[in-house]
Design a protein around this ligand. Structure first.
Ligand code: GAR
Length: 197
């Protein structure tokens, strides 16, 4: 059974979908802990599933490195096989990336390498593209620049707002994330190999 830690900053709807998938009999992974960099609403999903949580408030640390050190310490308590960033809206310091990658993956609401960064949906709308997408990647020391594990296109509608477009992207992200976690757990997807290709 693949053990997974999930890190969030927000509502955690993708986390919720992963928790629901992992609760299905036969799913080859389970979430062992959920962490956040702030009092994220999504922590309630973990609590509803009886999953332990931890909080490492970014603002209470003197530097990104100090925050990352504590985050890393908390993760190590649970020795997860995989760490999933599911809406963690902070860049991890290199020490954390180096410690966990390639067993560190991220979901992103755009078709990378298009529209990396914190505003993937807003940036796609501003660019006026006809389609954007969703991606699951291995985290490296760049901004959303790691190896792509799965991605899918989502059409942009003429009347889309950032909210409506994001709400159509998220179900795609959820499906990709669950498929990627399952494939890693089943040994069909080798993260070390994906990181070298
Ligand atoms: C998701 O769309 C995720 O890809 C995005 O935040 C959202 C979190 O939604 N992450 C990023 O943009 C990271 N650059 P959720 O809290 O409802 O799961």
């Amino acid at each position: 059974m693949l053990t997974v830690a999930v890190l969030i900053s927000g509502t955690g709807s993708n986390l919720r979908a992963l928790l629901e998938a992992a609760a299905e009999p036969g799913f080859p992974a389970r979430v062992v802990v959920v962490g956040a960099d702030r009092e994220a609403d999504g922590l309630a999903h973990a609590e509803a599933f009886g999953i332990p949580t931890f909080l490492v408030p970014f603002r209470e640390h003197a530097s990104r490195e100090a925050w990352g050190e504590e985050l890393d310490r908390q993760l190590r308590v649970w020795t997860p096989d995989l760490v999933v960033l599911s809406g963690l809206m902070r860049l991890l310091p290199a020490s954390v990336v180096d410690a966990w990658s390639p067993r560190l993956i991220n979901t992103h609401p755009a078709y990378l390498p298009e529209f990396p960064g914190a505003h993937g949906v807003r940036d796609a709308l501003a660019a006026g593209v006809a389609q954007t997408g969703a991606s699951v990647i291995v985290v490296d020391n760049g901004v959303d620049s790691g190896p792509i594990l799965a991605q899918e296109r989502v059409a942009v509608r003429a009347d889309d707002t950032e909210h409506t477009l994001h709400e159509r992207i998220k179900p795609v992200e959820r499906r990709l994330l669950i498929d990627v976690v399952r494939a890693i757990a089943d040994g069909e997807l080798e993260l070390a190999a994906a990181s070298m290709s």
